[in-house]
Design a binder for this molecule. Sequence first.
Ligand code: ADP
Ligand code: MG
Length: 346
Amino acid sequence: SVSPSPPAIRVRPLTCTETRRGDRQVVHSLGDGTVHVSAARHDATFGFSTVFDAGASQEAVFEGSGMRQLVELAIDGFSCTVFAFGQTGSGKTYTLMGPLAQSETQPAAPGLLGLMQRSFACLLEQSRSRSSDLALSASYLEIYNEQVRDLLSPGPPCALPLRWSKTRGFYVENQLSVDFESLEAIADLLLQGSQRRRTSAHALNRHSSRSHALLTIHVRSRAVSVHPALGTACPSKQGTLCFVDLAGSERVKETGSSGELSVEANNINRSLLALGHCISLLAKPRGKRTHIPYRDSKLTRLLARSLGGSGITLMVACISPSSHCLSETLSTLHYASRARRVTTRP
Ligand code: ADP
Ligand code: MG
């Protein structure tokens, strides 16, 4: 049994709005893997193996989180997943994609590119330097109000059925998978998909993603003859690298959501709760484990393999340092502490 990379914590800097409002910084990283939260009635210290503070660059997060190793494992045929979680505005999208997704007109400076673009570059570099021949393709889905939608297929997003089979586990029927061979091509797919996601989110909420988004890179290494004369070959391998940008947790009361917005918020909370429930059950020692209720939400079905079975998962918990976000920050840190104890058998 192998322990997956325990969650990494990323504390973002205070934003201009928070500073202007006079928010206090209540989260401090002490440099030795501990995160200290101190406010009037709360004083808590959490220990993690990896903590990135407000000064950490995008590159430092890529190198320090184990993301590079995850890319290599995907090439070696493993199912690898990285997911960012935390409340709305805590830096999930920034960590995964950089500020690129936030501005449509200006491309992000190379230094600000997120885990995704850095992984793509690493993947293509590896594919060129290894002798094996890699075939790469991408699919991009969102889960919005418990519906799975394809972000790459043309036209308005329509719901796709989520099915289960003995050989494949849970899978999405008729999901589009697009081959790519260059960094430009995959960057373009990412941009197209995230814009479609944003458009659908925009109608209801201007600034936050109201859906979970899953971008999966399929890595097939074709069999390569080692000794052409003898005809021996490396077996072909098929790995995946999945990036999950979870919608933020939200307290319905505080955001003043009503009607359609509260349906959204309830769906988000329900799937995050289901995810948290699966994680806390998986965190129990193997002998004491009961049935893991992956079927409770579309999100947990799609993540079943990476969470429990044979996958390798990297989690990045994103938090805001602001006094305004205190209770959400504490709940993210508790969530992350539970996730630490999950082990899988890749
Ligand atoms: P989320 O996806 O969790 O809702 P975002 O990634 O959109 O949050 O981040 C919210 C805001 O904070 C954005 O304006 C983003 O550019 C900024 N931000 C997030 N993380 C960082 C960081 N590490 N450094 C600088 N700005 C950040
Ligand atoms: Mg986001």
